[in-house]
Design a protein around this ligand. Structure first.
Ligand code: ARG
Length: 277
């Protein structure tokens, strides 16, 4: 009899604990929701990007967002059981939108760099890129940064390409024009409104192959190496861990390599996602 009483007491304690845990969960959600001024529990995470950056993110003929980044974030969401909603934003608006909580995740061929790491948190690197210069195919005047003296460089606003162009403005007296999309950047180059473009090498190469053959060419050496990361709000360690864990699972099960091959045509370097050691 005594034993039975003990047992049922134990059961009751477990039940009470369970209720307490559930209760806490509820309260916590309610608090977070009211902080965000929402009445509903947030079920979908908003993923944003600037979609003129093929093969990472662009819009297809049906108006669907497509690209390596799009496939990658969808695969992470599926692997980790989270629901996402895709949203197009200006590139220079992504970090502010993460900071104010308007979006949850930014995946946009975004380079991991110290100034950004002060404002947001980045996942493990998932792509190795770099900056390159491009000019019109018939231009033989510009072959290196020094040749940019007095010339106009077109760049996308808020990008590392824009940073590099401003550096060349200081050093060599180049002029810098910024645009909201990379489509406009290349259009300006082709139309003669600019003499050079500084942009990420995989995107410029893709542009030349798809639209700019005989019009645009790469010049000079890689200006700097970069790694792309997925960004979340600075204090959102839980989401960051979910993303990193998802990236590692996709590396493990071969899905990362599959998507990488689909968009770039060859196997990813062995260390990705992750840092080269
Ligand atoms: N990697 C460069 C940066 O982080 C350019 C990224 C532009 N991305 C885009 N989706 N338009 O600054």
């Amino acid at each position: 009899m005594k034993k039975l009483l003990k047992l049922s007491l134990a059961a009751l304690t477990v039940l009470a604990l369970m209720i307490a845990v559930v209760g806490c969960g509820g309260e916590k959600t309610a608090a977070t929701d009211s902080e965000q001024g929402q009445n509903e529990v947030k079920e979908k995470l908003i993923v944003a990007f600037e979609p003129t950056f093929a093969p990472f993110e662009s819009t297809d003929e049906n108006g669907e967002f497509v690209g390596f980044d799009i496939d990658l974030i969808k695969a992470i969401a599926e692997e980790q059981g989270i629901e996402i909603e895709l949203k197009s934003l200006g590139f220079d608006g992504l970090i502010p939108a993460l900071q104010t909580g308007q979006i949850d995740i930014a995946i946009s061929g975004m380079t991991i760099k110290p100034e950004r790491e002060e404002k947001v948190s980045f996942s493990l690197p998932y792509y190795e890129a770099g900056l390159i210069m491009a000019v019109r195919s018939d231009n033989n005047e510009i072959t290196k940064p020094e040749d940019l003296a007095g010339k106009t460089i077109a760049v996308q606003i808020g990008t590392t390409g824009a940073d590099k162009a401003n550096e060349f403005k200081e050093k060599y007296g180049a002029k810098v024009k910024t645009y909201n999309t990379t489509d406009l950047v290349f259009m300006e180059l082709i139309n003669g409104g600019a003499d050079a473009v500084i942009n990420d090498i995989p995107v410029t190469k893709h542009y030349i192959a798809e639209k700019g053959k005989d019009k645009v060419k790469l010049v000079g050496d890689l200006l700097q190496g970069e790694y792309y990361g997925i960004a979340v709000a600075k204090n959102n360690t839980e989401l960051l861990e979910t993303i990193n864990d998802g990236l590692l699972k996709l590396k493990e099960n071969g899905k990362f390599a599959e998507l990488y091959k689909k968009w770039f045509g060859y196997e990813p370097p062995e260390y990705l996602p992750g840092s080269p050691s």
